[in-house]
Design a protein around this ligand. Sequence first.
Ligand code: NAD
Ligand code: LMR
Length: 332
Amino acid sequence: MKEINVAVTGGAGQIAYSLLPRLISGETFGSDTRVNLRLIEIPQVVEKLEGTIMELIDCGFDQTGILTATSDIREGVKDADWVLLVGSIPRGIVIDGKKIEERSDLLKINGGIFTDQGKAIGELAKQNAKILVVGNPANTNALIGMNSANNSSQQWFAMTALDANRAKAQLAEKASVDISSLKNMIIWGNHSPTMYPDPYNATINGKSAAEVIDDNAWLENDYLPLVQQRGKAVIDARGASSAASAANAAIDTVKAVENYTEPGDCFSAAIASDGSYGVPKGLIFGFPLRTRESGEIEIIQGIELNDFAKSKIKITTEELESEREAVSDLIS
Ligand code: NAD
Ligand code: LMR
C-alpha cells in the first residue's frame, strides 16, 4: 500500500467529526493508500482527541494508518501531503457577549491563527503539499496562510465546493433533473454572500442551465441569494453552522484535486489569482479549476461572462480586496 500523511486542524470540531472517518476509509485517497492522520487542536481540547482516535480505530478500515493527536502545529504538519485547515471559530456563537453574525467578524478572530500555521506548513510540510482552508473567512485565511508559508511549490486552496454543491442542488431541483446531469458549476470569488454561482456556464446534460431553466428573473432574484445565504439559513435552522455538508465538500475537493477532471467539467475552489479574468494577482479567488493528467491544477480559460456575471464578479472582487486590506498587517 502507498502511505500518505494528512493533517487536520480543528480535529475535535463538528466538521471534523464527519470528515475524519472518510479520510481513512479508502473513499478519499483510494483503497490502495494507507492514511496517517494527525489531528491538531488547541491545548484546552487536545485530550478529547483520544476519544476521537478510539472511534476511528473502531471503524476498522484497512486504510487506517498511524493516528496521532497534538496541539503542536509543527509536529502535526511535518511531512504532510495534505493539510486540511478546519480549526477556527464558526459564526453563530457568542464571544464576550457578542454574537458572531458575519464572516467579517471572523476576520480578526480567525485570521491570526493562519500566520503560525502557514509558517509551519511552509517550513515542514512536503514540498508538493496541498492545503485546503475550510475555516472562515476561508479565502482570506488562505491568503494569510499562503503568504506566511512563502513556499511556492505548495498549493493552497480555500473551499467553495460546498457552495458549488448547493448551487447544483438548487438548479437540479428547479429543472427537475438528477444532480449528476449538472456539470461545470463555477463559484466565482469569495466564500461569502458576494460569491457568484454561475448558472449561465453550468450545464444540464450539456446545455446551459440558464437556457434549460429559462427563467432569468428566478435565477437572478431568487436563486442567487438562496445559494449566497445558504450558510446563514443552515445556521438559523440548525442552531449551528453546516458540518456534514461542509465535510462532504472538503472530501469532494480533495478527490477533485487528486483526480483528472473530465472535459466539459470543472471543480470549484479558490486559489491565488494569476490575473485570469482580470482578477488582481494574488487574491485567493474562486475560479473554474481543472486537474490535468499530470496532476497539475489550472484555471480553465475562455469561459464567457455576460454583463450580469461581470457585475457580480466585480462585487466579490472588491470584497476580497477590502478583506486583503483589512489583514494587511498579517501578510507581509
Ligand atoms: P467547531 O467550533 O465545531 O470546531 C472548530 C474546532 O477548531 C474547535 O474544536 C476548536 O477548538 C478548533 N480550533 C480553534 N482554533 C484552533 C487552532 N488554532 N488550531 C487547531 N484547532 C483549532 O466549528 P466547525 O463547525 O467545525 O467549523 C469550523 C470552521 O469551518 C468555521 O470557521 C466555519 O465557519 C467553517 N466552515 C466553512 C465552510 C466552507 O464552506 N468554507 C463551511 C462550513 C463551515
Ligand atoms: C457555510 O457556508 O455554511 C459556512 O461557511 C458557515 C457560514 O458561516 O456560513
